[in-house]
Design a protein around this ligand. Structure first.
Ligand SMILES: Nc1nc2c(c(=O)[nH]1)N[C@H]1C(S)=C(S)[C@@H](COP(=O)(O)OP(=O)(O)OC[C@H]3O[C@@H](n4cnc5c(N)ncnc54)[C@H](O)[C@@H]3O)O[C@H]1N2
Ligand code: MOO
Length: 433
């Protein structure tokens, strides 16, 4: 570890400078959720593809219903049914109506649709509330219908191409595919799209004291929470995450585990073993994984001007120069480090433009002033109140406070030069959700 102290911003810049967006691949729609589109998508067929009804009702010619009222209904002959997805179309002539279902193609001759509630539904009674079920006349509607209201041409009709027309740009490259975008792609018949894939992120924790949840603890042992929180955080950031349970403090074992994992990793994250202790195995193991003949490879261990998260390792390893971030072991330190450095790296691999969490200014709501170490940017856990634009600290500054972290939804940022923050003053807040 060099004696230089790095700023949070310089470290982030170095991390992002080493990240290249992943090569695009063709994915099925649902697998592309959350991914960035790398092609412009043109509409091949108009939406809707044909003029169709927006209501269950009767397709009519407007001249036939011009004078229609409930007292003096227009009486039309029903020539049959048009159902959504139906085949051969009917033709509506003067004095005629076709019973039509929502989404069904408008038959030739018809100019508007009268909702069934504005008719007697063919019953000869008063206003209908619904159509008679098809089961009661399987051959389709016939007889007469009494129409109680007039309509103008085009009423209750969705015109072909009124949503998008063939040749329109459906989605531009660079679009992030959320549920409505995936719906549009499906609606225009696209089954697959070219996107940057989700990065595969391998998370492994180190420490001989670590036991997997569900097993029993012996004296001096603790449960491995980092590999869980960070695997979940990686998934939350958009990655496919692979959690590797804790590796003991043995440099050879760690090196061989990392080498084994490289095959399925676009990014590796380790926690623990980066400080100055005698068993800080990550530093020991990773000092020699870089290829000495390859410029830029290898892991650099640094001290950052931040709290928590002071010791950090970063570099690339293996034949593919896979980026690796070695985060400190304290649970809050590893989580905050993930938020600040790993999450943006995952998003950069995905080709997203927006790499960072939103930041807001909020009024500090606290019983006493907060203190922060001089020369280090402090990230305290907080609860943000968007209605009041206020933030309340949750727990203290200790980097072992996992329970407080679980009850926080933001980080309160105190700048390097700031050693106190008085209640009622404005502070910077990073929103975590
Ligand atoms: N003499 C010094 N000691 C320490 C310094 C220092 O500058 N001088 N820095 C402190 C800071 S700050 C941090 S942060 C930690 C970083 O330590 P390591 O990255 O080497 O992490 P470990 O020693 O392995 O563990 C630290 C702490 O976290 C617990 N831990 C580790 N992994 C997990 C896990 N997967 N799940 C839950 N908890 C975990 C571990 O048991 C330790 O309590 O160093 C300080 N020391
Ligand atoms: O940097 Mo350590 O992360 O202060 O606890």
């Amino acid at each position: 570890m060099s004696s230089t102290i790095w700023s949070v911003d310089d470290h982030l810049e170095d991390v992002l400078a080493a990240i290249r967006p992943l090569e695009p691949i063709e994915l099925h729609l649902l697998e592309a959720q959350g991914c960035v589109l790398v092609e412009d998508i043109t509409v091949p067929v108009a939406l809707p593809p044909f003029d169709n009804s927006s209501m269950d009702g009767y397709a009519v010619r407007t001249a036939d219903v011009e004078q229609a009222t409930e007292e003096f209904p227009a009486v039309l002959t029903v020539i049959g049914d048009v159902a959504a997805g139906g085949g051969a179309l009917l033709e509506v002539g003067p004095g005629q109506a076709a019973r039509i279902m929502t989404g069904a193609p408008l038959p030739a001759g018809a100019e508007a649709v009268i909702p069934v509630e504005w008719t007697d539904g063919g019953t000869g009674q008063g206003a209908a509330t619904t159509m008679l079920p098809a089961g009661s006349s399987p051959e389709g509607a016939g007889g007469e219908v009494r129409i109680h209201r007039s309509v103008t041409a085009g009423a209750h009709i969705r015109i072909r191409g009124s949503d998008v027309r063939a040749g329109d740009l459906a989605l531009a490259r660079g679009t992030v595919l959320g549920p409505p975008q995936i719906g549009l792609l499906a609606a225009i018949g696209r089954g697959t799209v070219r996107v940057r894939p989700r990065p595969r992120v391998v998370v492994l924790s180190t420490g001989s004291e670590l036991v997997q949840p569900g097993e029993s603890l012996s004296e001096g042992q603790i449960y491995d929470s980092n590999s869980y929180s960070l695997a979940a955080a990686a998934r939350d950031a958009g990655a496919l995450s692979y959690r590797v349970g804790a590796v003991t403090d043995d440099a050879d074992e760690l090196r061989s585990t990392i080498e084994d994992q490289l095959i399925r990793a676009d990014l590796l994250v380790t926690t623990g073993g980066v400080s100055v202790g005698a068993y800080d195995v990550v530093k020991e193991a990773l000092a020699s994984v870089g290829d000495a003949d390859e410029p830029g490879s290898g892991i650099d261990f640094r001290t950052l001007a931040m709290q928590p998260g002071k010791p950090q390792g970063f570099g690339t390893i293996g034949p593919e120069h896979t980026p690796l971030l070695a985060l400190p072991g304290n649970p809050v330190s590893s989580y905050v480090s993930f938020e600040l450095f790993v999450r943006p790296a995952i998003r950069a691999l995905m080709g997203l433009e927006d790499l960072h969490r939103p930041r807001v200014r909020a009024t500090l709501r606290a019983e006493r002033a907060l203190s922060s170490p001089s020369g280090r940017r402090q990230f305290l856990r907080g609860a943000y109140d968007p209605v009041e634009g206020a933030v309340t600290p949750v727990g203290g500054s200790g980097s072992h406070l996992v329970a407080a972290l679980a009850h926080a939804d933001c980080l309160i940022v105190l700048a390097e030069a700031q050693t106190t923050a008085e209640p009622g003053t404005e502070v910077e807040v990073v929103l975590l959700s």
